[in-house]
Design a protein around this ligand. Structure first.
Ligand code: ATP
Ligand code: MG
Length: 422
């Protein structure tokens, strides 16, 4: 036997038994966002590396060590997208979707990050997200939060909490940054290797460290709230008032900074306790500077992204997926004449009953082995076509999950009978 080639570490096959959860997640999302007036956008999985360097930020984990970057045959440096916002903004600028207009957009797709694989953290994973352009106030942020909250409610998910914070304006962040550098420099010996490196390049990111040994030091670090300019403070206060008015509960978490460089003002995360260490299922915020940074006109923007693997894991853990059978009717055929007639019969059933989930047996075998397959398919009804049935233009109907007698009926009454019982 030839040597087996296995899937790439950190990447996953999503097998059929998990698809009901995935499909439910995607179907519910589409219905929900479209109800809020968001329109879908799809961008390529591969972009120029420069796009992510300039948007996500040179000194972020993603760009420093998580990107799948390569040179293509023409010598251009390209990367598999590590997140969705950069591509959406690039496309928005390129197609003139952002100038003097408002946009509510959504996307869904595979993202790639070279991370250490663990539960809830993969090298290919999937995000769905929403992005809004042209709306500067906290009203759109409140809408994004309401949208996510309704999504959890529609899915039936429990144990997800909202954390919010403000990063303030560029100016207030600069003053805070200086204080952080001074503080962490005084405690340089207590910093882990990553944080020492970030001290100069991106000190805010030290606050985002996942290292448990760093938490006490982080907890005592200076807070941005003390440097907020009045306009930034008003913006944040405005959001909190809207959340209060909606009855949306939240925690203000002054340590919440997010791992990407492009955020300003509001940032938020939805966090669950039920997934262990990788508890953030949705993260987002305002990113007013990004459009300009990528070559567009200054445009206010806000959005969020959800980790689909983590949401699917929650749905499965909280038993929120019906394990509905994949099949209603299984057609068995015994004998050559039956096999010839069976395919025709099943096609005529599909014509008459759109949406019918019918498996037409293939691959031969005895009545007994076909019956086993019918049972395993989860079908409610087995239709049996044997020599007698072919001769009499009839078909036998057997209920596989109910205590009802087997019946024989004329083939030309089958459509009506199935319509009645299914
Ligand atoms: P983390 O702090 O967990 O690394 P992040 O800040 O890098 O998250 P974002 O870039 O904000 O994450 O992505 C939004 C969401 O996408 C996360 O909250 C998470 O649910 C999901 N996500 C991010 N990275 C991964 C991954 N490697 N595998 C699975 N899901 C992920
Ligand atoms: Mg990360």
């Amino acid at each position: 036997m030839a040597e087996q080639i296995k899937v790439i570490r950190g990447m996953h096959d999503i097998l059929p038994q998990h698809m009901p959860a995935w499909n439910r997640l995607e179907d519910q999302w589409r219905t929900l966002v479209e109800g809020y007036g968001y329109r879908q956008i799809r961008t390529p999985v591969v972009e120029k590396t420069a796009l992510f360097k300039r948007s996500v930020g040179e000194a972020t984990d993603i760009v420093e060590k998580e990107m799948y970057s390569f040179e293509d045959r023409g010598g251009d440096s390209l990367s598999l997208r590590p997140e969705g916002t950069a591509g959406v903004v690039r496309a928005g600028i390129e197609h003139g979707l952002l100038v003097n207009q408002q946009q509510r957009l959504w996307y869904s797709g595979a993202m790639f990050r070279y991370e250490r694989p663990q539960r809830g953290r993969y090298r290919q994973f999937h995000q769905m997200g929403a992005e809004c352009f042209g709306m500067p106030g906290p009203d759109i942020e409140a809408e994004l939060i309401a949208l996510a909250a309704r999504f959890w409610k529609n899915l039936g998910l429990e144990d997800i909490e909202l954390q919010v914070n403000t990063l303030g304006s560029t100016e207030s962040r600069a003053a805070w940054r200086e204080q952080l550098v001074a503080y962490f420099s005084d405690h340089r010996d207590a910093l882990d290797e990553d944080s020492q490196r970030r001290l100069q390049s991106n000190p805010l990111r030290i606050l985002d460290s996942k290292n448990p040994d760093m938490q006490a030091l982080i907890e005592a670090a200076p807070r941005l709230q003390e440097h907020l300019d009045p306009a930034s403070a008003d913006h944040f206060q405005g959001l909190l008032e809207l959340l209060d008015a909606m009855g949306q509960s939240y925690t203000v978490n002054p340590r919440l900074v997010r791992g990407l460089d492009y955020y300003c003002h509001t940032v938020f995360e939805w966090v669950t306790g039920s997934l262990g260490a990788q508890g953030t299922v949705c993260a987002g915020g305002r990113y007013d500077g990004l459009v300009e940074q990528l070559g567009g006109r200054p445009t206010p923007a806000a959005g969020f992204a959800m980790g689909m693997e983590r949401l699917v894991a929650m749905m499965e853990e909280q038993s929120l997926v019906d394990q509905k059978a994949d099949c209603d009717v299984y057609l068995l055929m015994v004998g050559d004449a039956a096999q010839r007639q069976g395919l025709q019969l099943s096609e005529s059933l599909r014509d008459a009953l759109p949406g019918l989930r019918l498996i037409c047996h293939a691959g031969g075998g005895s009545f007994k082995s076909q019956m086993k397959k019918a049972d395993r398919s989860g079908a409610r009804i087995a239709l049996i076509l044997g020599e007698d049935e072919v001769a009499g233009q009839s078909v036998s109907m057997k209920f596989l999950r109910e205590d009802r007698p087997q019946q024989s009926l004329p083939q030309n009454e089958l459509n009506e009978r199935l319509k009645a019982v299914l």
